[in-house]
Ligand binder design. Structure first.
Ligand code: TXA
Ligand code: MG
Length: 329
């Protein structure tokens, strides 16, 4: 069905944040900046609000949401922390890390938001607007990325409006985000498991734990079916154009998404070109990734050719998103 409501856009100042907290309190939907990407938030304890959130995004109900809270004390009311979870929370919160934990007794998050699992994903974001908003509202806020399900994630308010105008109540404009890829998701199971690479590099987490992370290999394999850690849906982050990875040359009817020095045949004649990081810095590349995919897509080229990007640091998360952008749809 069509959803047609008026979407307000407000600056993320004290007035905007107070308005946003009031929207949450009456069960509405607010897009707000986090340090990773813009999130589309709803009161985590309000099943009707969570239903509206899934509808606004066109998100399949089997794909659970992340509960965002202001601090570790609030997180403990939602999930049960083991020693690994304690260490990771201590080291990386507030910040771009999500922990999947067994639900605490009396967990306030609506069952719909956890897709009926007995675990729950929790994050304490670092962005000052997100923190102020969570403090003003006082409860947990579930927030997927603020895009239509399957599209490229939003890193500025204009991206949110392009996807969700007329479908949500309010967009808080807090400018461009810093990290540019979503949070790293760690499952605190028998073995700590990397469910989604993201804003905290794997190396940093392994250094804190003093051991390698397990990979969610089984989940990858069944990704298109029943995602265990589904940001793991095979096709995701997809622009309209086709995406061609590890390009070593570029055709005249392709756009080029470059990384590092550009010395590949055809670059000068490509339909368009943007360079994620001319100096080859993966953190700079992550900041630009989703915005450049949107910009190149808007040029209307048949396909976007992407130069190879090394897998270290934030490169692992970038390559994960690009593989999903390139997956068969
Ligand atoms: O950086 C981020 O994480 C952003 C910002 C807004 O915080 N949010 C975000 O949410 O990326 P979303 O919905 O796009 O991705 C959440 C991921 C999904 O892949 C979902 O399947 C997974 O978290 N997830 C949520 N609950 C889970 C659970 N109990 N077990 C395993 N995976 C879970
Ligand atoms: Mg998303």
């Amino acid at each position: 069905e069509t959803i047609a409501i008026e979407t307000r856009i407000l600056p993320a100042d004290a007035t905007g944040i107070a308005a946003a907290a009031a929207v949450f309190a009456r069960g509405g939907l607010v897009a707000f900046p986090t340090e990773t990407v813009y999130g589309l938030g709803a009161d985590a304890s309000n099943a009707a609000a969570v239903t509206r959130l899934y509808q606004a995004k066109g998100r399949p109900a089997f794909n659970p949401l992340i509960a965002h809270v202001a601090d570790v004390a609030a997180a403990r009311r939602i999930g049960r922390f083991d020693a690994v979870a304690e260490r990771l929370a201590q080291a990386f919160w507030p910040g771009p890390l999500t922990l999947v934990l067994p639900q605490a007794e009396g967990c306030p998050v609506a069952d719909l938001a956890t897709a009926g699992l007995d675990t729950v994903a929790i994050r304490v974001p670092a962005h000052p607007v997100a923190r102020a908003l969570l403090a003003a509202f006082g409860g947990a806020v579930v927030a997927p990325s603020a895009n239509i399900s399957g599209h490229v994630s939003p890193t500025m308010a204009a991206h949110v409006a392009a996807d969700l105008d007329g479908r949500i109540d309010l967009i808080l404009d807090g400018g461009a985000v810093e990290v540019g890829v979503e949070s790293t998701i760690i499952g605190c199971f028998d073995e700590p498991t990397l469910l989604r690479p993201g804003g905290v590099p794997r190396e940093a987490i392994e250094a804190v734990l003093g051991r390698p992370l397990a990979r969610a290999a089984a989940a990858e394999a069944q990704a298109s079916e029943q995602p265990l850690a589904p940001g793991m849906l095979a096709s995701h982050y997809a622009p309209r154009a086709a995406v061609r990875l590890a390009a070593t040359e570029v055709a005249p009817d392709e756009a080029l998404l470059a990384f590092g020095p550009v010395a590949i045949p055809g670059a000068a004649d490509a339909a368009a070109m943007l360079n994620l990081s001319p100096s080859g810095d993966p953190a700079e590349a992550a900041t630009h990734l989703f915005g450049y995919l949107r910009s190149l897509d808007a040029k209307g080229a048949r396909s976007i050719a992407v130069m190879p990007i090394p897998d270290d640091g934030l490169g692992e998360a970038i390559n994960d998103r690009l593989r999903r952008a390139a997956a068969p749809r």
